[in-house]
Design a protein around this ligand. Structure first.
Ligand code: SF4
Ligand code: SF4
Length: 178
């Protein structure tokens, strides 16, 4: 019975929270208003704004992606699918040779497998992947959670700018390509 005080304490907190939720105006005006007292919101009629750096979904800036495959290789869930081909790009300087570059044909992330670890965003050496707080990408079928580069590209608009670091930091603030 050594757990009894702990159980009673837990029940007291639960009861107090229930009363606060049901009667937000206090027990002197005992009119139940659970929708006002609740800490939850009536989604999708009411939407909360997530913190700016919330991990909602991953966006792709296609122009920065070189199809190097690093993110796909490091992804622990193997849920990034990349296909590309080589093509010739104009030389950097006049009179130079045309450059061989990788062009991206496919960049899909299967969000039914992704565990939002963020490794792909961290390892990308070319600043092509970004977190966005966007969270409305649910689908009725699991198979529809495979999102392609066009959809990942649309989410770039919802990527917030990086904030300044604390005073004294020598770290350069990253820029979000727009
Ligand atoms: S967040 Fe993690 S699991 Fe999801 S795609 Fe990136 S590396 Fe893979
Ligand atoms: S997103 Fe980054 S790591 Fe992934 S293939 Fe493109 S450039 Fe490479």
């Amino acid at each position: 019975m050594s757990q009894l005080p702990g159980i009673l304490k837990g029940l007291k907190i639960t009861f107090r929270t229930m009363i606060k939720t049901l009667f937000p105006d206090g027990l002197l005006k005992p009119i139940p208003k659970p929708s006002e007292g609740a800490l939850t919101v009536q989604y999708p009629h009411v939407k909360e704004a997530p913190p700016a750096r919330a991990r909602g979904v991953i966006a792709l800036h296609e122009g920065n992606c070189t199809a190097c495959m690093l993110c796909a290789r490091e992804c622990p869930d193997w849920c990034i699918y990349i296909e590309g081909h080589k093509e010739l790009a104009p030389p950097r300087r006049e009179g130079g040779k045309p450059r061989q570059v990788n062009a991206l044909d496919r960049f899909d992330i299967d969000y039914s497998l992704c565990m939002f670890c963020g490794i792909c965003v961290e390892v990308c050496p070319f600043d092509a992947l970004f977190w966005t707080p966007e969270y409305e990408f649910s689908e009725l079928k699991l198979a529809d959670l495979l999102h392609d580069k066009e959809r990942l590209g649309e989410w770039m608009e919802t990527v917030p700018d990086f904030e300044e670091y604390e005073d004294g930091s020598e770290q350069k603030v990253r820029k979000v390509p727009r």
